[in-house]
Ligand binder design. Sequence first.
Ligand code: GLA
Length: 727
Amino acid sequence: MAILVNDNKIFTLNTKNTTYQMYVNEDGILFHSYYGAKMEYSDLSYASHKNGWMASFSANPKGKRYSHNHTSEELSCFGVGDFRLSALALVNHDGTIGAEPVYHSHKVVKGKYQIKGLPAFYGDEGETLVITLKDKAYDVYFHMYYGVLEEYDLITRAMVVENKTDSEIKLNKALSMSLDLVSGSYDMIHFHGAHMRERQLERTRITHLTSTVSSVRGASSHMQNPFVIVCDKGANEEYGSAYGIGLVYSGNFVISAEKDQHETTRIVAGINPECFEYTVFPNDTFETPEVALVYSNEGFGKLSNNYHKAIRNNLCRGKYKYTRRPVLINNWEATYFDFNADKLVSMANDASALGVELFVMDDGWFGHRDDDHTSLGDWFVNEKKLQGSLENLVKRINSLGMQFGIWFEPECISEDSELFRAHPDYRFAIPNRDPQESRQQYVLDMSRKEVRDNIYDQMVKVLESANITYLKWDFNRHITDLYSVALPKERQGEIYHRYMLGVYELLERITQKFPDILFESCSGGGGRFDMGMLYYMPQVWTSDDSDAIDRLKIQYGTSFAYPVRTMGAHVSVCPNHGNARVTPLKTRGNVAYFGTYGLELDITKMTSEEKQEIKRQIAEFKEYYDLIQFGDYYRLLSPFTPEESRYCAWETVKADGSEALVCTVAYESKCTVPPELLKVKGLIPNKMYRINDSEEKYLGSALMNIGFWLDYDHVSYPSRLYHITLA
Ligand code: GLA
């Protein structure tokens, strides 16, 4: 049993290596006692109160045994005496502010819970604890959901607010969790960035100032990722305590941490309360998104591995969850908007000869879109450009033995479109104000069903018209001019969240209707790379920056939460279109292997030598596919610490330690370089191994404790693969 409840209302959640405990005190308050390394069952409630003169201060004139400001409560509420970061700010039907939730009931259910209308981890093997709290004064209930997937040390949380009063209440803030770490001092690692520079690692100290990562862009964004690690000062890949906090949500979010006046570290996470105000009507509920927690006392490596497995096995869904995904070629960087059917077929022709399995037609096939000023919203084929019907083009591609994929940007609209001319009110725009243009386009009000239905019908028509097996779902700008004609003025604060609920609903409908289509999420590259999107689409275009050296940091940063299987990664041309860098084709291939591997270049312009190299890469990628996609992933040398090595290195190891693949890329060139030994991980200590079929044999523990000598290549940005097998 992962969930233990004793008669004194002590609730203990156990995973393979972690324990989380809460209890209800005499006054009915649900206190947090402990979250960390696994321990034998014991009442840990003593840990949740801090003694001392500050703690003797009571906010309650009746001299009760607690003060909300000094204790650690599972649901921290604004307005009733807790002055720290809070998870809930509620306006009651009579205008009074605040809630004082106390224990009402609980239940333990087999299987991991799901949340109405929102993505969430799933699993019949999991368990769910629901603790229902009720406000002392009003009939407002707070159902606190805890999900446990033991195997991956994953504990999830979400909250459902239920209004059983006879008039409406307002949520000014409804976060998914607050979590107190009563002792210790922590760092926060987060992943910031920009378009073409996603998920750059930054580590800061959590102090008495609030550290916040967040988005108000209507998408999780390039700028911040809804995932952080809170860890010991000394924690690294192998050692130390580390808490992963990841939101299964793709919209506006906030994750904040601060030390309070008693040195407790409080972390809160959920929907960003900025521009959020939600009315819950009588007998209605509000569901928060899910937050996914993993604790590791063996550093970040273990933490990431657990997220990787949980995401692969219990978040991603559909036909392509485990099956090998086709190697694709995408025409975007090859042609941009300048293509016709013959051009695409000639690319497909050359690609199929090299072993490429899927041809993806990117932006520019619909309406009269020959540049980015027009036609979003007009999801009908430009038959002039495609020199005939889509069905005909797909047949030509299929006859080469290749599958066919297509690009959509369902959430956006161009002013120059039939959709806009027919329904100018479908986009977000504030009355009496000119809406902000971004990439010459606007965002559709996806909170409205009729808008979603219109897009759904158009998409279905296209998808049913030809043999399409892949879809890239893009979102190339962020939300401004938030105003929905569908809601009254006092409910405009619901739109950001309703937008996300609408997008999820549309995604669910489309992905269920076309279960054989492989979906890839995209948002100007990796602007919406989050666990929410992965529930619907099992891979994400990681970045519009396809330069192999820039990608080292981007993919390395992404790997802290997300498995390589989710990272779209393509080989493109040199000089790179983004930064003009020239790198060896082999290096570009090796970096893309640790993702989905595909091509994004005009293959018809490649030399026969280059084509042979691509052919070799595809064969090699397929050979290592299972090892790369399903092995245990370890970061070995970080591109964020060039002072430690000029190499970036990572490794994937078969679960039983019998085989590993290591990739190195030298991102700095120097005339004289000291030779480097690289230590690997995950091997069987007392077994002998060979590297790339070497004569020499190495003891597993020697490879892990001493390492092996890295080869030296006299080129810029060299890369090597080291295949380590049992001797
Ligand atoms: C975004 C994507 C690119 C490409 C373009 C098309 O930027 O990230 O891969 O699809 O849109 O407009």
